[in-house]
Design a protein around this ligand. Structure first.
Ligand code: ZN
Length: 171
């Protein structure tokens, strides 16, 4: 479980939105910190985490076992926007967001279930839906990613969707 994290421990790599993280020179080294206990998360494969889901076997995840917190990674080869601008190609270990424990994962799922139909069912363009949500939350549009939200912000997303009083979705 601890393989892959031994070389470059850089706790400031995640969380800070500074334009040049201290370890940005080491482009192939990703280090991820657990937001619950501050420990270094460890890389795991889908095969290890979800042995019954062979379709996830090749995927990589960052995991903090004591917190039951985890986050998936951008697929290998995917272009990923990085904080401060620019892009890099994922080596398969760039996290999709922060680690989430079971409670937060449920809250994010509920937020997506409430919010996604707004644009998916054509009530608004996707960009309009996200800019309306950002205004509701009082954050910038480029900060408006449900994958990055904490538990209470996810609850606010559900509240935002309710204020629109959309007809109930079939899905
Ligand atoms: Zn933890």
């Amino acid at each position: 479980m601890r393989e892959g994290i031994s070389e470059a421990l850089c706790p400031r790599r995640l969380g800070g939105h500074r334009s040049r993280p201290p370890c940005s020179r080491r482009r192939n080294v990703v280090s991820v910190q657990c937001p619950y206990c501050d420990a270094q998360a460890a890389l795991a494969t889908g095969a290890e985490l979800f042995p019954r889901l062979p379709e996830l076997a090749e995927k990589r995840y960052w995991v903090c076992a004591p917190c039951d917190a985890r986050v998936g990674c951008h697929a290998k080869g995917a272009p990923v926007s990085i904080a401060g601008g620019g892009r890099r190609i994922s080596d398969g270990t760039l996290p999709l967001g922060r680690l989430a424990n079971a409670e937060l994962r449920d809250a994010k799922r509920a937020a997506h279930e409430a919010f996604d139909p707004i644009w998916r069912d054509g009530h608004m363009a996707r960009t309009t839906a996200y800019s309306s949500l950002a205004r509701f939350l009082g954050i910038r549009l480029d900060e408006c990613h449900i994958g990055e939200f904490d538990y209470w912000t996810c609850k606010e997303v559900v509240r935002f969707a309710k204020t629109l009083r959309l007809p109930a979705s079939e899905s």
